[in-house]
Ligand binder design. Structure first.
Ligand code: SF4
Length: 351
């Protein structure tokens, strides 16, 4: 039986041969009223024969919350969720500046094959791709756990995994996240962050969905980037940027360029200048200025070869970028009292 969280009402209608109204009611009951058992649910004014047809094909898939770590500093919450096959993933509730508004950071894979040297998930290796319903369910779980009056404003694919290595399922998940009977989230408030998979960026573009693109740059200097992001060897940043230019020309939204400043590694003047060059080039080619986001580093634990850049180093890098005309957004860095590095909490809960 299929988990219904991965399907739109139109898909349920087609698969079960029921009316779109019955399909919408059943899908909305799961996403908006948090119904967990279809067998015990009979939407109002629905013919029993239609409800039975849906129940014969679909069930509500389960991700079990095995850990919930709430920050004592702000409403940041990190969840470890167990899939039906026992695999564990992370989802995070990130507060926005506007009170009671949140973004959900979701995982797209169990582990990751890319192996970035500064990433706890990269150390786990790839177990498998997540199914569309498993991605959507992370948002449903966080929404259900919101404080009174809280709202999920957006979703960011920046948890465990490289979303564009699982692009077909990610596209399906976004379709359900956006659907009015699903999680009803504006596509423009969904950000897909990639370390750089040009074919995935083009596939996302061809799908016609209008999400924002985030690129994990790490360093615009090739040799430094290679040491941090092994995929640079097969997918050089220049090719990733070519695909991103095409993407932004089509959808017009400013992409996010992310850099995690690592002490003594990627915060030199030469790094700032190389970043300025790619930002200027991107602006010249698209007419859109990327937003550069500096993401504070959280240690990945024992044997970590990196350290977070000191406040002084961080500020110096920030000022240097601003001085050469690169607009920098300081990223939310709350929740530092709970394990904030992606993949770290799963490893800790497991071990
Ligand atoms: S940073 Fe992203 S792409 Fe790199 S290893 Fe971690 S999860 Fe994978």
């Amino acid at each position: 039986m299929e988990a219904i969280q991965g399907s739109t009402p139109e898909e349920v209608e087609r698969a079960c041969g029921v009316s779109i109204t019955a399909a919408r009611k059943m899908v909305a009951a799961v996403h908006q009223r948090f119904v967990d058992d279809l067998t015990g649910h009979m939407p109002k004014n629905t013919r029993r024969v239609e409800a039975d047809a849906i129940r014969a094909r679909y069930r509500v898939g389960v991700l079990r919350v095995v850990a919930r770590e709430a920050s004592a500093i702000d409403p940041f919450v990190k969840y470890v969720l167990e899939c039906e096959d026992g695999a564990r993933i992370e989802a995070v509730r990130i507060p926005l500046e506007k009170p009671n508004r949140f973004v959900v950071c979701v995982s797209s894979q169990v582990g990751c094959a890319i192996g970035c040297t500064f990433c706890a998930t990269g150390r786990l290796g790839l177990t498998r791709n997540l199914e569309p319903w498993e991605i959507v369910e992370q948002v449903r779980i966080v929404r259900r756990d919101l404080p009174e009056g809280g709202r999920v404003h957006g979703v960011v694919f920046q948890g465990m995994g490289e979303p564009l290595a699982n692009v077909e399922r990610v596209i399906r998940a976004i379709t359900v996240l956006h659907d009015p009977c699903g999680q009803s989230i504006e596509q423009r408030n969904i950000t897909v962050c990639t370390v750089g998979v040009p074919s995935g960026i083009r596939r996302l573009m061809a799908s016609g969905i209008r999400v924002r693109l985030g690129l994990s740059i790490s360093s615009a200097r090739r040799e430094v980037r290679r040491s941090l992001v092994p995929v640079e060897k097969s997918n050089p940043l220049s090719e990733v940027l070519d695909a991103a230019v095409e993407f932004v020309k089509q959808n017009g939204d400013a992409p996010m360029f992310a850099v995690t400043p690592l002490a003594g590694v990627n915060t030199h003047d030469a790094d700032a200048e190389a970043l300025a060059e790619i930002v200027r080039d991107f602006r010249a080619r698209t007419g859109v200025s990327p937003r550069l986001s500096l993401v504070p580093y959280n240690s990945i634990g024992a044997g970590d070869p990196f350290e977070r850049a000191s406040d002084e180093e961080y500020d110096g890098f920030h000022k240097r970028l601003a001085a050469i005309g690169v607009p920098v957004v300081r990223r939310y860095s709350g929740g530092s009292d709970v394990s904030a590095a992606c993949g770290q909490l799963v490893a800790r809960v497991a071990g």
